[in-house]
Design a protein around this ligand. Structure first.
Ligand SMILES: [Zn+2]
Length: 693
């Protein structure tokens, strides 16, 4: 029972005006509580003597930056030149006692000039500490521009550009996923049009970490424009894998390996990579020294105090830049609706232990193939429980191989087995680590669920651990996967275990910590849809960032940042390009639009022969429809279309020189009108006219 519930208990003779002084839970202010009716044995408070009796108020906010010394506060007449005189009125506790005890009169606290000066000095120190950005040179004439080309108004597809007068660099080049209306499209990459317009200014690409939504579109950019790439080794290794797939192996010559806590000059900018914890190893935030002041970009982050590799978020570095004064902070808004702290990655290891204890047969664990620490924890616990590890799924195999090679994962070769060797082991000696936690149709787990996997046929004794949550947009495919897995009778361990998955993004208290460490003048919430960035702005306002110093941006908004102001100056072209993963080629938007039309409104095709001599149709036109008319109505519909064509030809009076294009267009128009009238559909209509003499 909590205090509120206690207060709600019915009481005898309830008096709505009476305050409950025991719990302090009432609607009145603390000051009013202090004036509570006197309790027994408590001396009556005398007027003019409040200062002396006042107890420290535990609810009083300390360090109010706006607090000024009270000019009305009178100096103590007993005090001169900062020296304190003995107060003759102060009751002395001499032997013999004090008869007036309990009713004694006390003098107000002495506030000397020295004390006043000290209060003032403390206020100034607090002001400077709480607003370190005030150290920034306000008269600098420079300006920079920041333009997100993806990742705002959406989750994923992150790409942004920072520009000075003469130079620019790109931050991340990510991909995103299509929605279900984009038929045959596997991934979306950003429209690079704006980059073409400023290509001569661009001095490099800065990569924060190797998630697909930060590097996935890299090969597609490199097929159009090439720039030096700066990143930590894992990010560049992951990009190398992509370049190899796309026949861009030679472009690894653009790689620049960076070390954290060092500055790299890129055009007019000095960029430092600062370590952050996230759901992939080796992630970084950026500290960028620009001509107008320092800018911090958190990229994706959380603040995990017990990360698997021991490398915590480099809070010291955030504080270092913060204390020098930061002009603008860009921060990750993905989880800005979540109160509290995101849990540590480490907690999932304990859950794996419990699940391995419960498992009777094989354990099949699925998570994001990039979450190396999650995979590592599962492998480590599996080994502890006497299991061999079998890795299935192309991206999972490749990521484990890369991270083992680079030394991020330390698991001995002897613990791994190939899928075809699984038959040699008992079920309770097997841990399969696999892809497909998002219900992707082509991934290994989906194939197992539909009994299409070559090596793994599911059994009722199998335990399937899905250590992930559905990314927005993937909910229905995950749900479908669940249905299939459940039908096969396996034991599924998913969300009902609270700590089976933890997020890689900061919740509100972590967002606040970064804002307080950096305490910037300007704040731009990034990485999220509008509702996420709006929630993050609210959090920042609560942490002392002036509401006028924040902007909520959308993709393509270009903002200008100077020491004095931040404002949107223009909008640049943005958008998405559609990619077919089977051949890594672009599907042009008109093709996707046709597919959408075909899917929702169907198609009508008409082929016919026209005699130029008679101006009449030879034979009957061949009419087919798909997705418009039920089979049983086909004949009736064909008749209607034939009739339309005949009527048209009669009125058109075709003789001599025949304009085929015009006739086709006219017939198409007549059919369109008819279908709209009878079906309210706008199908694709194809009319082919062949001329005979
Ligand atoms: Zn990420």
């Amino acid at each position: 029972m909590n205090e509120n519930q206690e207060n709600n208990k019915p009481k005898r003779n309830p008096n709505p005006y009476r305050q409950n002084s025991q719990t302090g839970q009432n609607n009145h202010s603390n000051r009013e509580q202090q004036r509570e009716p006197r309790k027994e044995g408590q001396p009556r408070e005398e007027s003019g003597n409040r200062e002396g009796n006042r107890k420290p108020n535990p609810n009083r906010k300390p360090n109010n930056p706006n607090r000024k010394p009270n000019p009305n506060r009178k100096p103590n007449p007993n005090q001169k030149n900062g020296e304190r005189k003995p107060n003759n009125n102060r009751p002395q506790n001499k032997s013999g006692g004090n008869k007036n005890r309990g009713r004694r009169k006390q003098q107000p606290t002495n506030v000397s000039d020295e004390m006043k000066a000290c209060l003032l000095e403390n206020d100034q120190v607090q002001q400077a500490r709480i607003n370190p950005w005030k150290q920034i040179e306000m008269n600098s004439r420079g300006k920079i521009r920041f333009t997100p080309l993806g990742g705002l108004g959406e989750i994923g597809g992150n790409i942004a550009v920072m520009e000075s007068e003469n130079s620019a660099f790109i931050i991340d080049v990510g991909m995103s996923f299509p929605d279900e209306t984009m038929h045959g499209v596997d991934i979306l990459v950003p429209d690079f049009s704006y980059l073409h317009t400023i290509k001569d200014k661009i001095k490099g690409i800065v990569i924060t970490h190797s998630h697909e939504d930060h590097i996935g579109a890299m090969p597609y950019l490199f097929k159009e424009l090439k720039f030096p790439i700066y990143g930590t080794p894992l990010a560049l290794a992951m990009i190398e894998n992509k370049f190899n797939e796309h026949g861009l192996s030679a472009d690894t010559k653009y790689f620049n390996f960076v070390t954290k806590r060092k500055q790299y000059e890129i055009g007019d900018f000095k960029v430092e990579w600062m370590h952050v914890t996230h759901s992939i190893v080796d992630s970084s935030a950026l500290a960028v020294e620009t001509p107008v002041g320092t800018i911090i970009h958190t990229a994706d982050f959380k603040i995990d105090h017990t990360p698997i590799d021991g490398y915590t978020t480099d809070l010291h570095r955030f504080a270092h830049y913060g204390s020098k004064g930061v002009l603008c902070l860009f921060s990750d808004s993905t989880n800005s609706h979540n109160p509290g702290f995101t849990k540590s990655e480490k907690i999932v290891g304990g859950t794996f232990d419990r699940l391995f204890d419960l498992a009777e047969g094989r354990v099949i664990m699925s998570t994001f193939s990039s979450n190396v620490h999650r995979i590592y924890q599962a492998m480590e616990r599996g080994i502890k429980h006497g299991r061999k590890i079998c890795v299935i799924g192309r991206s999972m195999e490749r990521n484990i191989e890369t991270t083992r090679k680079l030394g991020y994962v330390d698991v001995d070769d002897k613990h791994f087995v190939e899928p075809h060797e699984l038959g040699r082991y008992k079920d309770e000696e097997i841990l399969v680590v696999t892809t497909g936690s998002q219900g992707e149709a082509m991934a290994a787990l989906s194939r197992m669920a539909t009994d299409e996997h070559r090596h793994i046929k599911l059994k009722p004794t199998d335990t399937i651990i899905i250590s992930a949550s559905a990314i927005p947009g993937n909910e229905s495919s995950v749900s479908k996967l669940m249905n299939r897995l459940m039908k096969s009778g396996v034991t599924i361990r998913y969300r009902e275990f609270a700590d089976i998955h933890v997020s890689g993004h900061a919740a509100q208290e972590e967002q606040k910590l970064i804002i307080r460490l950096v305490q910037p003048k300007f704040f731009l919430p990034v990485h999220g849809e509008y509702n996420h960035i709006a929630a993050h702005a609210k959090t920042a306002a609560g942490c002392g960032v002036d509401a006028r110093n924040m902007l909520l941006m959308s993709d393509g908004d270009q903002v200008e940042i100077t020491p004095k102001f931040i404002k949107k100056v223009k909008a640049v072209k943005t958008g998405k390009r559609y990619i077919d993963n089977m051949n890594n080629k672009e599907i042009f938007s008109d093709v996707v639009e046709d597919r959408q039309k075909l899917a929702t409104d169907g198609i009508v095709t008409v082929s016919m022969q026209l005699s130029t001599k008679t101006g009449k149709i030879t034979g009957r036109p061949a009419i087919s429809t798909f997705g418009i008319i039920a089979n049983k109505e086909d004949k009736k519909f064909e008749k209607e279309i034939e009739h339309l064509i005949e009527t048209y030809l009669l009125s058109a009076k075709i003789e001599g020189n025949v304009n085929t294009k015009k006739i086709e267009e006219d017939i198409r128009g007549a059919i369109r009108k008819h279908v709209v009238r009878i079906k309210k559909l706008y199908p694709v209509i194809m009319v082919n006219l062949f001329l005979t003499s």
